[in-house]
Design a protein around this ligand. Structure first.
Ligand code: UD1
Length: 424
């Protein structure tokens, strides 16, 4: 297992290029089983999760190859298998996204039932209810969800909770249903919009993506397409905070500023200067310490839960008290204990973390517990006095492309090492 060793205290400077969005790429790759043929998907990040989705598509019968640094060629002409096995699904919960794609594409799906994970239970009841409403026969047996769609028909689906994956799965099934489907309380995340954009390119009839009500008129057939994935807004946000926490001055290129609006507003309140210039964000922090801000996570366009851990690391050195409330996942505070090991003063009351900023964190050995928690520990390490070792960084490799290379390019002192502590 690898770890990162970080010497804190360097102020980041320079330019960083943002990769394609992981959370947009995953459903887009899954959607290639909706219509058999050849696809070229660009701006795909080279990440463990993308690799896992490719492996899953392989199992289903697709042939996938990198044709360029960030481009995948996908051939789904021979996709006949509809079983997503346990050994792949257990690696990545987002494997569940093949459910809607297989139902829409070949009217049958058997997908290993995903378990809980480090941040919560993460049920899929809303995905399954939605598919039932579309006329699917859904059964659970021997740890698998089995879906048979003899006749998909449009329906009105009201999600009682905003679900990104659920909205994506229903979109992919509904594009091939007979008649109209209306998804109410739909997720408005940019990744959902990007999937809809691809489906439309394939010939789907979709209206209202990016709003709470999405209308889909089913079509008889879809055709393969070439498509470029949007930039990763969580990577963008993480670099914004990396700039703030190190009192840096950086340019973040190839991003979509519109997608980080809520975060940008919060960071400005802390005293950061952030300017937009097309697809570049220029960020600088001249204050010695950020001002404390309160944050509550919410579905898009609210403050993203995927940035909660990172802003908490930032607030650990803020001037004042910050209340950070997590409303999306029930167990997403695992980074608190690790941040405390670095000297952070954090008290958790229910789903709120009260952070009392201190002048400085101190380097320590810490352990990553999930993807975004690992990002927060790296951020804390960048500002801490002394050396921080972040172990179990396989979590970060799931979702951040070449993070240490990008940070090094900005002047950070970070190296990847074999973790002998873990090996012994
Ligand atoms: C996606 C993102 C993840 C992000 C999350 C919330 C991907 C691959 N992952 O995850 O990074 O943190 O959105 O923005 O895009 N829920 C139910 N029943 C369901 C489905 C969800 O109760 O059937 C609950 C979940 O437990 C959670 C909330 O709804 O509390 C939101 O989950 P959801 O939006 O579905 O998250 P994911 O799509 O899994």
């Amino acid at each position: 297992m690898d770890k990162f060793v970080i010497e804190g205290g360097e102020r980041l400077r320079g330019t960083v290029k943002i990769s394609g969005s992981k959370n947009a790429a995953l459903p887009i790759l899954a959607a290639t089983v909706l219509a058999k043929g050849l696809y070229t998907i660009g701006n795909v990040p080279r990440l463990k999760d993308v690799h896992t989705m490719s492996r899953l598509l392989n199992v289903l019968g697709a042939i996938i190859e990198w044709t360029d640094k960030d481009t995948l060629r996908i051939d789904t002409r021979n996709v006949e298998n509809y079983v997503a096995p346990y050994d792949v699904v257990k690696e990545m919960r987002a494997s569940i996204l093949v459910l809607g794609a297989l139902v829409g594409g070949i009217q049958r799906a058997t997908v290993s039932y995903p378990g809980g994970c480090a941040i919560g239970e993460r049920p899929i009841n809303l995905h399954l209810q939605g598919l039932s409403s579309l006329g699917c026969e859904v059964t659970i047996k021997e740890g698998y969800v089995d879906v048979i769609a003899k006749r998909l028909r449009g329906a009105r689906i009201l999600f009682d909770k905003v679900t990104v994956g659920g909205t994506e799965n229903i979109l992919m099934a509904a594009v091939r249903a007979q008649g109209e489907t209306i998804i109410e309380n739909a997720a408005r995340e940019p990744e959902v919009v990007d999937l809809a954009r691809m489906l439309k390119k394939m010939g789907a009839r979709i209206e209202g993506e990016g709003t709470e009500v999405i209308k889909i008129k089913g079509v008889d057939a879809l055709t393969p397409c070439n498509f470029d994935v949007i930039p990763d807004r969580i990577e963008t946000g993480t670099f914004l905070i990396a700039c703030g926490i190190t009192r840096g001055n950086i340019a973040i290129e190839g991003c979509e500023p519109l997608h980080v609006q809520a975060l940008k507003e919060k960071l400005k309140e802390t005293g950061m200067e952030i300017m937009e210039d097309g697809n570049t964000l220029k960020a600088a922090m001249t204050r010695k310490r950020p001002l404390a801000v309160d944050v509550t996570t919410n579905p898009y366009p609210g403050f993203p839960t995927d940035m909660q851990a990172q802003i908490m690391a930032f607030m650990c050195i803020a001037r004042g008290l910050s209340a950070i409330t997590e409303t999306i996942f029930e167990n997403r505070m695992m980074h608190v204990a690790e941040l405390r090991r670095m000297g952070a003063d954090i008290r958790v009351v229910g789903n709120t973390a009260i952070v009392r900023g201190s002048k400085m964190l101190s380097g320590a050995k810490v352990m990553a517990t999930d993807l975004r928690a690992s990002a927060s520990l790296i951020l804390a390490g960048l500002t801490a006095f002394g050396t921080t070792e972040v172990s179990r960084i396989y979590h970060i490799d799931r979702g951040y492309e070449a993070i240490e290379e990008k940070l090094k390019g900005l002047g950070a002192k970070i190296v990847r090492r074999k973790d002998e502590d873990m090996a012994s």
